[in-house]
Design a protein around this ligand. Structure first.
Ligand code: SF4
Ligand code: SF4
Length: 235
């Protein structure tokens, strides 16, 4: 049993999710993510249960742990009451803490999660703001969204849901500062801020500098696909 596994088993989500896996494969049979990706919850459970640090590290560096959609279908059907969904969350935490997430393309999407969902949450109290949903990145939303995006301010006035007022009706009202302070304190106390910092540090280590992380980010913002940034694996 190695250091990584030791750290994994300290995680409360791992303790809740893993009893003893009998490798029956029911979770993989019902998993919607397994149907479309190179992913198997049974395999994830098997690797964890091996307690083998080499295999666990390989898993933490792979795309696999990021495919799970957290639907919890596996949990409701497991004959042993395991929850791969919870084990996956513990693995993701471990992957971010050690910077392994930056080794995989799906893992690197944590930068987006941190800079958009995480930072929005700390600034405004929402994971996603309408302003983030640009028509260029979400063309499938069609002309109605294009119109709304361009006329957001006046339409909100018209609906009487202004964005700059505390506790106005509707979504995206301003959250009072006292509540925001409580929210930030929760993020601090639960270690979420630490994980958000680890995402920036992990990306910097992978790409070589803060400037490269910004280039990577800009490529994503401008083209909607981070794969357009070519990673120099020899750095
Ligand atoms: S359904 Fe439960 S026991 Fe069966 S492979 Fe999945 S986690 Fe293991
Ligand atoms: S929670 Fe994740 S692993 Fe479980 S069935 Fe849903 S997608 Fe699959």
């Amino acid at each position: 049993m190695g250091k990584l596994f030791n750290e994994l088993k300290q995680d409360i989500l791992y303790q809740h999710g893993m009893n003893a896996c009998l490798n029956c494969g029911v979770c993989t049979a019902v998993c919607p993510a397994a149907e479309f990706n190179d992913y198997s919850p049974r395999e994830v459970m098997n690797i964890c249960q091996s307690e083998d640090d080499e295999l666990i590290e390989e898993l933490l560096k792979s795309d696999k742990i990021w495919y799970c959609g957290q639907c919890f279908s596996c949990k409701t059907r497991c004959p042993r009451g395991n929850s791969t969904a919870s084990v996956i969350l513990a693995l993701r935490r471990l992957s971010v803490r050690h910077g392994y997430f930056a080794e995989s393309e799906k893992g690197r999407q944590q930068l987006f999660a941190k800079r958009v969902f995480g930072e929005n949450m700390l600034k405004r109290g929402y994971t996603l703001l309408a302003e983030n949903i640009t028509p260029a990145h979400f063309p499938e939303l069609g002309e109605n969204w294009e119109y709304y995006y361009e006329h957001m301010a006046e339409m909100r006035e018209w609906w009487d849901v202004p964005m700059n007022l505390e506790n106005s009706p509707g979504s995206h009202r301003v959250i009072p500062e006292q509540d925001m302070e409580e929210l930030r304190a929760i993020y601090q106390a639960t270690g979420a801020i630490e994980l958000m910092d680890a995402v920036e540090k992990g990306m910097e280590k992978k790409l070589g500098s803060k400037a490269e992380v910004e280039k990577y980010w800009q490529t994503w913002v401008e083209t909607g696909d981070s794969r357009n940034y070519e990673i120099d694996e020899n750095k």
